[in-house]
Design a protein around this ligand. Structure first.
Ligand SMILES: Nc1ncnc2c1ncn2[C@@H]1O[C@H](COP(=O)(O)OP(=O)(O)OP(=O)(O)O)[C@@H](O)[C@H]1O
Ligand SMILES: [Mg+2]
Length: 277
């Protein structure tokens, strides 16, 4: 358990961000992004810790989705840099960028499955697009990922025949087929009941441990956040206001962080923060 509140200001590691670092995998410095007159991110710094569950919190519209899209260069900043394992992602040409993006897996809020394709076809899609694997190899990989997420036997079903929680697991299975190093989940539990939410939480933790991936999770569900997060970064007013180990952020004395966490669910935080009420 962290006891030093000074660690709460540990937004970034101190090593040079343009060099590979054993601890910090994604490093963002001075990131600014506007859409027309709407300045969304302003000179933002953040580091994402390798092999851990990194949660990004912030109000609706704060810019969380915009921020993580920059990690894999789905959006380009107006100013600033993003390094992943020492690679300056903004310097990559089209060909290198498409190879680089394979480091990432994305799990969206609504799973974003193709409704007209079966579960197996959905999961096989990235392998068909990005690899030269044979049909038999692809079938095996898909069966393995589905099996590890408790979805064996669903291969021939269509997304419409599955529950919301199952669809999310299929979305994760599809994100895992290319063995990404970094898995990004944008609101993976929105719209799920508490039991399904808990299943998705376990799935995130399991994927993190089993495949040794770095996880980046955007979530509004505070009970879920405190079950899964190793680190939490709070996005507010276009910047990372605080970032650090979950238990340090839970005890933050910053008025915004304190209110945000309290308003979002005291009981979950109380467990970690030693009874904040
Ligand atoms: N492609 C785009 N074009 C123009 N504006 C955009 C675009 N994408 C995002 N924005 C704007 O950027 C701001 C931040 O959006 P973003 O989706 O990152 O918020 P968020 O923190 O993910 O919110 P939520 O929790 O509701 O998903 C919003 O004002 C949004 O309207
Ligand atoms: Mg969003």
């Amino acid at each position: 358990m962290e006891t030093n509140p000074a660690r709460a200001s540990e937004i970034i590691g101190l090593s040079p961000p343009d060099q590979p670092d054993p601890r910090w995998q994604v490093r963002v410095r001075g990131l600014s992004k506007s859409f027309g007159p709407n300045l969304v991110l302003d000179n933002l710094d953040l580091d994402i810790e390798r092999g851990k569950v990194n949660v990004i919190l912030g109000a609706s519209g704060a810019g969380k989705s915009v921020l993580i899209k920059h990690f894999m260069c789905l959006l380009r900043p107006d100013k600033g840099h993003i390094w992943v394992d020492g690679t300056d992602v903004l310097s990559l040409n089209t060909q290198d960028l498409s190879k680089f993006r394979r480091k990432f897996g994305l799990v969206f809020q609504f799973s974003a499955l193709f409704d007209a394709l079966t579960v197996e076809e959905n999961c096989a899609f990235p392998l068909r697009e990005h690899t030269k694997k044979t049909k038999a190899e692809i079938k095996d990989i898909v069966a393995d990922r589905l099996g590890s997420l408790g979805l064996q036997g669903t291969q021939k079903k269509y997304p419409g025949e599955l529950s919301g929680g199952m669809r999310k697991r299929v979305g994760l299975a599809r994100a895992l087929v290319l063995e990404p190093e970094i898995l990004m989940y944008d609101e993976p539990t929105t719209g799920l009941d508490p039991l399904a939410t808990r299943n998705v939480d376990e799935m995130i933790l399991d994927a993190c441990q089993r495949y040794k991936v770095t996880s980046v999770v955007i979530s509004h569900d505070m009970a879920s956040v405190f079950r899964i997060a190793d680190r939490i970064a709070m996005l507010n007013n276009r910047k990372i206001l605080e970032a650090g180990p979950a238990e340090v952020i839970a005890q933050s004395t910053d008025p915004f962080v304190y209110e945000f966490l309290r308003a979002s669910g005291v009981s979950a935080i109380g467990k970690l923060a030693g009874g904040v009420t």
